[in-house]
Design a protein around this ligand. Structure first.
Ligand code: ASP
Ligand code: MG
Length: 410
């Protein structure tokens, strides 16, 4: 008998039939004796529809009114789910963010949760009721409705689980867990039974878009075990939690992440003197352009090359800045390249094992993939390669690190 928070995403409450299926699932947990708090998203497509309505009136809707509008989506879901639970003979009560009192700051459309009052929820649970809370929304100090940013219901779920000290926060979605890599690229990708918060953050920030990143950070901070699972099929899903002490059985590499969102910029023939990295990257960061991988070579002739990557959307802007800077310092030229991809192997296992990098480089060399840049962290090694080899690289590494699904573990 435990307290469980379950969050259902848009597709999981996408129709009345789906909402009834969610009610059946909640009832099953109730019948097992658990206390259940449910967080719901808006029915799939609803948030976009509401934003579309607003934009058909004005291009840039007033943020306070936009929040008032989009917060209605989740309120539809919460009330319908309670009705479905009542029909099944269960007590259930819905609350929107302000009724619970999910207190946030006043940054409309991207508010941050400050504090949650759990008293109403606890009182209802004590009465044997299921509590259904609208995700994605809160209220500021002055009583204005706020929202937490797209995908924010995940954060509501985790924040409630933290406040209530729930045993687990279950995130129901349309995939049955977190995979070793994108199954659309590697058919033999498999569902992970578990992954650490740190690994999940690396996988997510690289494009595994199962969970809102902020919710994973939040879960890690408050040590809320998160489980991603499907509301369309049965299965254990993927547990995201802290590393276990006994990592004997843990795989070296948990997954292969990748993205095609970056562009590479090189300043060639930079004088090799103190301060050049700052003179090149300072103006880029002043322009609010985030830099990812950076490489500077040693110099043979008193000059060096500095290469770094930025988001593709920032390439033009960064290149213009660099042209100016390069002229100012007498560098030879600036070269930009969009046709790159980043592939990363991620795993806490590499902390305690040598030779992971060489396994990676060997595997890539065997399929003749040229590595343009390399960057490492404690739990991740990333390479920048030609975009056209991305899928080959991901498949090759997936096999090299033993992640392919076999008939025994299918
Ligand atoms: N309904 C909101 C959105 O579509 C919040 C969520 O689904 O998590 O972004
Ligand atoms: Mg969603």
């Amino acid at each position: 008998m435990a307290l469980i928070v379950q969050k259902y995403g848009g597709t999981s409450v996408g129709s009345v039939e789906r909402i009834e299926a969610v009610a059946d699932r909640v009832v099953r947990f109730r019948d097992e004796g658990h206390d259940v708090v449910v967080v719901v998203s808006a029915m799939s497509g609803e948030t976009n529809r509401l934003i579309g309505l607003a934009k058909s009136i004005v291009d840039q809707p007033d943020p306070r009114e936009l929040d008032a509008l989009v917060a209605t989506g989740e309120q539809v879901s919460m009330a319908l789910l309670c009705m479905a639970l009542h029909k099944r003979g269960h007590k259930a009560r819905s609350y929107n963010g302000s009724q619970v009192r999910i207190l946030t700051d006043d940054s409309h459309t991207k508010a941050r949760i400050r504090e949650i009052d759990d008293s109403r929820i606890r009182a209802d649970l004590a009465q044997g009721s299921v509590v259904v809370v609208a995700g994605f929304q809160g209220v500021d100090e002055n009583g204005n409705t706020t929202t937490l940013g797209r995908g924010g219901s995940d954060t509501t779920g985790v924040a409630l689980a933290a406040a209530l000290k729930a045993e687990e926060c279950q995130i129901y979605t349309d995939v049955d867990g977190v995979y070793t890599t994108d199954p659309r690229v590697v058919e033999r990708a498999k569902r992970l039974d578990r992954i650490t918060f740190e690994e999940m953050l690396e996988m997510a920030s690289q494009g595994s878009k199962v969970l809102q990143i902020r919710s994973v950070e939040f879960a890690g901070k408050y040590n809320v075990p998160l489980r991603v699972l499907s509301s369309f099929q049965e299965g254990p899903g993927t547990l995201i939690s802290y590393e276990e002490d006994n990592q004997m059985e843990a795989p070296l590499i948990s997954g292969i992440a990748f993205n095609r969102d970056e562009a590479k910029l090189t300043v060639r023939g930079v004088p090799d003197t103190p301060g050049v990295a700052y003179r090149i990257l300072g103006p880029v960061s002043d322009a609010n352009i985030e830099v990812d991988v950076i490489v500077q070579n040693v110099s043979a002739d008193g000059t060096t090359d500095i290469t770094f990557t930025v988001h593709r959307n920032d390439r033009k802007k960064a290149e213009a800045i660099l042209q100016d800077v390069a002229k100012g310092m007498g560098a030879r030229e600036v070269i930009g390249d969009d046709r790159i991809a980043k592939v990363s192997i991620v795993g806490v296992g590499m902390r305690s094992h040598a030779g992971i990098a060489s396994t990676m480089f060997k595997a890539l060399s065997e399929v003749n993939i040229n590595i343009q840049m390399i960057t490492t962290s404690e739990i991740k090694i990333s390479v920048i390669i030609d975009e056209k080899f991305l899928e080959l690289a991901v498949r090759t590494l997936h096999t090299a690190f033993g992640l392919d699904k076999t008939d025994d573990n299918a």
